[in-house]
Design a protein around this ligand. Structure first.
Ligand SMILES: Nc1nc2c(c(=O)[nH]1)N[C@H]1C(S)=C(S)[C@@H](COP(=O)(O)O)O[C@H]1N2
Ligand SMILES: [Mo]
Length: 526
């Protein structure tokens, strides 16, 4: 009995030593990252490396299950795995101090390798946070393990071994280490926060120019009064966010540059933000849609964007679309965090409002949505068009280069599918019998929506009332008054676009080029 207690309490000491060493390692790494470059911190780089290596199906599952919390869940997961390894190494440390310390250093090397392999790595310095953290963690573990008392409480709380401490002494040392580490970590976080200060100031002081070509006013009839329907314009704070960035890039507008180069570019050029902003700007309402949006999903939104017409810049650079004999059929946009997205050059130059946007709903782009400049192409899913934090545009071909998502099984070309969604009633709602307003949105960017039909159970398709169409690049609201009778009912919607194409019933997943199928909602009328 007392033997068992000794073993288990000794295991507890080992676990504690391991965890304190891990906290120390992370905190020192955060501090060094805060002093150098916050995006090089170990959790950020390991998380980034994991995101890049996650199979498309798993990533799709994560987005679906955790939504926009997927990144926090990933970070918690990394910390949980680290805690497990720390406990293991701590236990090992009581028997083999050197091996355990070496294990911590090995983890540091893994972190350093992840940091150096990030596409936005700025050089060897990015290995520093992981290395410094690992050295601090290894020393802490070695030291604590060497001082750990044996499990049996010494008589009268005296020294329990020749070199070790009393239990209380050990716990005090562990507590002091943990407290010191926490302060270092907090300081590191504070310094990391300050790294973006120049960017924050540059965003706050940015004055958006007036558009040379303003958006047409949204028709009054574009917004229906159905409670629960998505508002026609999505406020910035509610706009969905999908990207691979664990830390949102904070780009300083003053030092930001955009380079245009590549195949068929006769006049390569690098622009500053001011050089873009003195050009005539266009302002447009555009509905952006994510390819990971499931049938009925939340990953789309409409905003009023302000920006430079991309085709103008391409023409000035001497680029011609393939239909005019141009050599490049793919434009690859690259962001400051190394993301690459590829769009068909033909689409960008066919007269649509493909733009480099600087403004979103009357303000500078929020950092989450790509400050200072992002790309937007009406009619294409975000992953083949909407590069945030863009810094480089390269003209190339689809045959010679696969951008990030295409390397991960998504389609090279992905125009947005004709789709519709029921916003109200919500799934499993319990509306009262009588007139119930069914309402939602439908979208087929570049084509426009001409018809929306609603069906209850196996009844006939009935035409929904359409709100006014803003432009072919925006979604369209619809509603339908339903005489709800008691019982369970399945409500289904389908849309028709201006080419006459009826939204297909065929259900597909989001991979490789966007989900299809009809959205249904089951409700119970009590
Ligand atoms: N740099 C960068 N740009 C990106 C992405 C990304 O991961 N990194 N994701 C793309 C995807 S998949 C979509 S759907 C849109 C989403 O833009 P939003 O977050 O502003 O809604 O951004 C696109 N641009
Ligand atoms: Mo997306």
């Amino acid at each position: 009995m007392s033997n068992f207690r000794n073993t288990s309490s000794r295991a507890g000491l080992g676990a504690l030593a391991g965890l304190v060493a891990a906290v120390t390692a992370l905190a020192v790494a955060e501090l060094v990252a805060g002093l150098s470059r916050s995006a090089a911190g170990p959790v950020a780089v390991v998380g980034g490396a994991l995101i890049d290596r996650t199979p498309a199906a798993v990533k799709d599952f994560a987005v679906r299950t955790f939504g926009e919390d997927d990144k926090s869940i990933l970070q918690l997961g990394i910390l949980a795995v680290l805690a497990g390894m720390a406990i293991g190494l701590g236990g090992l440390g009581l028997r083999h101090r050197r091996s355990a310390a070496a294990g911590v250093l090995l983890l540091g090397i893994v972190g350093a390798a992840a940091a150096l392999s990030r596409p936005d790595s700025t050089g060897a310095g990015d290995a520093l946070p992981s290395i410094a953290g690992a050295v601090a963690g290894a020393l802490t573990l070695y030291f604590l393990a060497s001082q750990a008392p044996s499990g049996a409480p010494a008589p009268e709380g005296r020294k329990s071994s020749a070199s070790g401490w009393t239990r209380r002494g050990f716990l005090t040392a562990a507590g002091v280490s943990a407290a010191a580490a926490t302060s270092a970590g907090v300081l590191g976080r504070f310094l990391s926060g300050r790294q973006g200060q120049g960017a924050v100031t540059s965003r706050e002081s940015l004055v958006l120019p007036k558009p040379a070509s303003p958006a047409q006013p949204v028709p009054a009839g574009a917004s229906l009064k159905a409670p629960g329907i998505s508002p026609f314009t999505t406020p910035n704070r509610d706009f969905y966010r999908v990207d691979t960035a664990l830390t949102v890039p904070k780009v300083d507008a003053g030092t930001w540059r955009l380079r245009i180069h590549g195949k068929g570019v006769i006049r390569p050029r690098t622009y500053t933000l001011d050089q873009l902003l003195v050009r005539p700007l266009i302002e447009r309402d555009i509905t952006l849609t994510c390819v990971s949006n499931e049938v009925g999903g939340p990953y789309l939104g409409t905003a009023r964007w302000l920006g430079v017409l991309l085709a103008d810049l391409l023409r000035e650079a001497g680029v011609r679309p393939p239909s005019e004999g141009g050599q490049a059929d793919q434009l690859v946009a690259r962001s400051v965090d190394g993301m690459t997205l590829g769009s068909p050059v033909e689409d960008l130059m066919d007269g649509r409002d493909a733009m480099l946007a600087v403004g979103m709903n009357g303000e500078a782009l929020p950092f989450e949505h790509g400050f200072p400049i992002r790309m937007l192409v009406p009619g294409l899913y975000g992953y083949v068009s909407a590069c945030k934090w863009i810094t480089d545009i390269e003209l190339t071909t689809f045959d010679t280069y696969d951008p990030y998502w295409v390397k991960r099984k998504w389609a090279k070309r992905a125009p947005i599918k004709t789709q519709s969604r029921i916003d109200t009633p919500k799934p499993f709602a319990r509306p009262v019998a009588g007139t119930v307003t069914i309402a939602g949105v439908a979208w087929a960017q570049r084509r426009g929506i001409t018809r929306v039909e609603v069906r209850v159970d196996d009844g006939p398709w009935q035409d929904a009332d359409l709100a006014a169409q803003d432009t072919v690049d925006t979604w369209r609201q619809w509603s339908h008054p339903w005489q709800a009778t008691p019982g369970g009912h399945t409500i289904t919607v389908r849309a028709t676009d201006a080419t006459g194409q009826v939204q297909t019933e065929r259900r597909t997943g989001t991979i490789p080029d966007g989900a299809s199928g009809w959205h249904s909602v089951f409700v119970t009328v009590p």
